[in-house]
Design a protein around this ligand. Structure first.
Ligand code: NAX
Length: 331
């Protein structure tokens, strides 16, 4: 039998946490033969609720779940973890300035980075979900210098999956037959959902989405805005933000990162930019990636037309501004 993997979920008493921890304990994230020990962190006002989640995990009698740590102590939470899914953060409340929200999250990610740096397993893989996800991940990277920069990522897989879902609905095909959408840039409304290279499996072979969707105006207009604004549409409908889809996407992200992407398929991940596609180096930017042996690689050589170029640059610009704002909160 395999040794258990220790998985940290911060903000585990929240909405996404409640959807995510049972998925992890069922093997959705790391596979049906991989035992796990869950480390759940939240803040003292949520301690009782966190303990309730722990009780439910015990009650669910998940065969793969070999232990549960539920704590408000960041050191205990980070101790020995192999995977860290960072869902906890400070939400934007009505009337708050962007700078104030940023400053709260910078403080949280700075201190949790230091705890991961000191107490997590050396090869710990980190996924930041909490918003502003890209910039929180960047701060985490800055303050956890001994964790390899390739190990620090943020979630744009939900946006990626939303793009696949929209194409599947439009063409009335199975979502599992649609692949290779790309989310470029920030997990925000400036993200660029791009299906220029996406394909659909058909009885007569793989066909480009661009050929099957003859309405280019839809692809360049409503498709993009629907994916960009989907989070807001869910809030309007549910009066709560996306949770089950976010939890599922977090599992997909770690699953593919650890276990690999299928041959010929790429996924979107927010990763530390090396300047690929003329995006400034030093941002956490969402790219198309393939994964193998626990490492992601940016897909290279895709053609970028003028329409796409502008959108890649606009979202990079927003990330550069967020980075500057985050750094201004540090000083
Ligand atoms: P909730 O408010 O339900 O849960 C957040 C939890 O984090 C709470 O239990 C809170 O007590 C806890 N928390 C706050 N500060 C903490 C700290 N310093 N350490 C540990 N825990 C802390 O929010 P939920 O709906 O679960 O969303 C969580 C985060 O995910 C938010 O930042 C949200 O904006 C972000 N999202 C990101 C998505 C993505 O695709 N990247 C999509 C979904 C989601 O909107």
């Amino acid at each position: 039998a395999k040794d258990p993997v220790r998985v940290l979920v911060t903000g585990a008493a929240g909405q996404i946490g409640y959807a995510l921890v049972p998925m992890i304990a069922r093997g959705v994230m790391l596979g049906p033969d991989q035992p796990v020990i869950l480390h759940m962190l939240d803040i003292p006002p949520a301690a009782e609720s966190l303990n309730g989640v722990k009780m439910e995990l015990v009650d669910a009698a998940f065969p793969l779940l070999k232990g549960v740590v539920a704590t408000t102590d960041v050191v205990e939470a980070c101790n020995g973890v192999n995977i860290a899914v960072m869902v906890g953060g400070f939400p934007r409340k009505e009337g708050m300035e962007r700078k104030d929200v940023m400053s709260k999250n910078v403080a949280i990610y700075k201190s949790q980075a230091s705890a991961l740096e000191q107490y997590a397993a050396k090869n710990c893989k980190v996924l930041v979900v909490a918003n502003p996800a890209n910039t929180n991940a960047l701060i985490l990277k800055e303050f956890a210098p001994s964790i390899p920069e390739k190990n620090i990522t943020c979630l744009t897989r939900l946006d990626h999956n939303r793009a696949l879902g929209q194409i599947s609905e439009r063409l009335n095909v199975q979502v599992s037959d649609v692949k290779n959408a790309i989310i470029w840039g920030n997990h925000s409304s400036t993200q660029y959902p791009d299906v220029s290279h996406a394909t659909v499996k058909t009885p007569s072979g793989e066909k480009p989405v661009r050929q099957l969707v003859s309405d280019d105006d839809w692809l360049k207009g409503e498709f993009i805005t629907t994916v960009q604004q989907r989070g807001a549409a869910i809030i309007k409908a549910r009066k709560l933000s996306s949770a089950l889809s976010a939890a599922s996407a977090a599992c997909d992200h770690i699953h593919d990162w650890v276990l690999g992407t299928p041959e010929g398929t790429w996924v979107s991940m927010g990763v530390y930019s090396d300047g690929s596609y003329n995006v400034p180096a030093g941002l956490i930017y969402s790219y198309p990636v393939t994964c193998r042996d626990g490492e992601w690689t940016i897909v290279q050589g895709l053609s970028i037309d003028e329409f796409s170029r502008k959108k890649l640059d606009a979202t990079a610009e927003e990330l550069a501004e967020e980075k500057a704002l985050a750094y201004s909160c540090l000083s």
